[in-house]
Design a protein around this ligand. Structure first.
Ligand code: FES
Ligand SMILES: [Fe+2]
Ligand SMILES: [Fe+2]
Length: 432
């Protein structure tokens, strides 16, 4: 009935994936106790509460280990990264009416136990996997090299965003992004959440770059098929460049459209909008760090090859309209990434480069959630405005994307992100 998960002194990460011997996967959350004065069995004396729930979202299998955490009515609620269904970590209940399984945790003699129905068989803990943000920073969080000045305790979300966008140094950009993500989320569950600072600051027209040789997209040398190290470095370098722009794109959407209001039924963007895109930005920072690390392990460095800023041109073209921005960046470019990633991963696998395969698989998995974020917010806006998100998307593609959407499509990954064939199908070709 009870499965020992580990000693309190070992379980110090915010979340773990619990692999059980019967094949079941759960997520173990470790969160600050909401009311430490009334200690419950799943709470430690030093103020931490432990909760366990199914690792897969009951809606469509989204990864609950990557959910965001909120407090509502004095209880922790976690939201699935795919379609944002929310679940109470203790009861498993959701405001949308479905329920996930949660499992009681108790602490005895400094050991954390899981209450798990075993149905006559003996089920053991097979493996405990810490879920870290996996951002490979070069400097530790307290390093002076990456001072956060001019930011301080009073800085708003938008102040941070403009600082990140104005930062040319890639290492400082990913460090600031990761720090904003950490500080913002810590403050979200405190009594003084970070001010958003909507409309107080302006983002740059185009984020600066330093020490990079910029060329036109068509002047970039074809990296080849990945058969040689040189070709694989070129592929990783090109992807790292895209990830760097992707950080700016996710941050820019927050600050540029901070004061956006829906038409007809006037609504401002809720805090979850900012939190969702900050999560995307933090993922992109992680992706850049993974790729930069691989490039260095292969004996090169980021900046050794020329790069282009083709992605930012789409941002410029859609800088006046949030619906267009989401359509082109998240639902055209990022969705195209879902189509291409498996082929790229295969090239690295064929070359026996398993470290790069591991990094690219993490990236692909995260990118599904980015397309989901785009799909969710375009749908939210259209719901408020009484329009059809597919029609809005298609008309934006015609206006702002040259060349049309072409396959082959990764239908499965697109569907996981909420994009069924009606969004991109050939016989209704979405073309310019
Ligand atoms: S809300 Fe979790 S998979 Fe849809
Ligand atoms: Fe990415
Ligand atoms: Fe992305």
């Amino acid at each position: 009935m009870s499965i020992k998960l580990g000693e309190l002194s070992e379980l110090v990460q915010a979340r773990y994936v619990v692999h059980l011997s019967d094949g079941k996967r759960l997520v173990l959350f470790r969160l600050p106790s909401i009311d430490p004065s009334r200690q419950k069995p799943h709470e430690s004396l030093d103020g931490w509460s432990y909760y366990a729930m199914e690792a897969e979202c009951p809606h469509a299998g989204g990864p609950m280990a990557e959910s965001s955490v909120d407090i509502e009515d004095s209880a922790y609620v976690v939201s699935c990264p795919w379609h944002a269904y929310d679940f109470n970590v203790e009861t498993g209940e959701s405001s949308v009416g479905i329920k996930t399984c949660t499992y009681p945790i108790y602490i005895r003699d400094q050991i954390v136990f899981l209450n798990y129905p075993q149905g006559g068989r003996e089920v053991r803990l097979a493996r405990l996997e810490a879920v870290s943000e996996k951002v490979k920073l070069k400097h530790d969080q307290n390093s002076d090299v990456l001072t956060t000045q001019p930011l301080n305790e009073q800085s708003s979300f938008c102040d941070w965003a403009v600082e990140i966008l104005g930062t040319a140094d890639p290492e400082r950009k990913i460090e600031l992004t990761h720090r904003l993500y950490t500080v913002f989320n810590e403050k979200e569950v405190s009594s003084s959440p970070m001010a958003l600072g909507k409309g107080r600051v302006k983002p740059p027209d185009q984020p600066p770059r330093d020490g990079l040789v910029e060329v036109n997209p068509w002047e970039i040398q074809n990296p080849g098929r990945g058969g040689t190290v040189r070709s694989r470095i070129a592929m990783l370098h090109a992807l790292a460049n895209i990830e760097l722009w992707a950080i700016d794109l996710a941050i820019d959407i927050c600050v540029r459209f901070a004061t956006f209001q829906t038409e007809r039924n006037v609504h401002e963007l809720p805090r979850t909008f900012f939190r969702d895109w900050l999560k995307v930005a933090n993922d992109e920072a992680k992706h850049f760090s993974l790729l930069r690390t691989r490039i260095e392990e292969l004996g090169y460095y980021f900046g050794a090859l020329s790069v282009h800023h083709g992605l930012w041109e789409s941002a410029t073209r859609t800088a006046h309209d949030l619906r267009a921005r989401i359509s082109i960046i998240a639902l055209v470019h990022e969705a195209r990434g879902l189509d291409i990633n498996p082929m790229t991963i295969e090239k690295f696998r064929k070359a026996g480069d398993t470290e790069s395969v591991a990094a690219l698989e993490i990236i692909h998995h995260d990118e599904i959630t980015h397309v989901t974020t785009g799909h969710r917010w375009l749908t939210w806006i259209c719901d408020q405005e009484g329009t059809d998100p597919i029609q809005v998307f298609r008309s934006n593609v015609q206006k702002y994307f040259r060349g049309g959407i072409r396959g082959p499509f990764n239908e499965e990954a697109r569907l996981q992100a909420g994009m069924d064939q009606r969004w991109y199908k050939i016989d209704n070709a979405v073309t310019a």
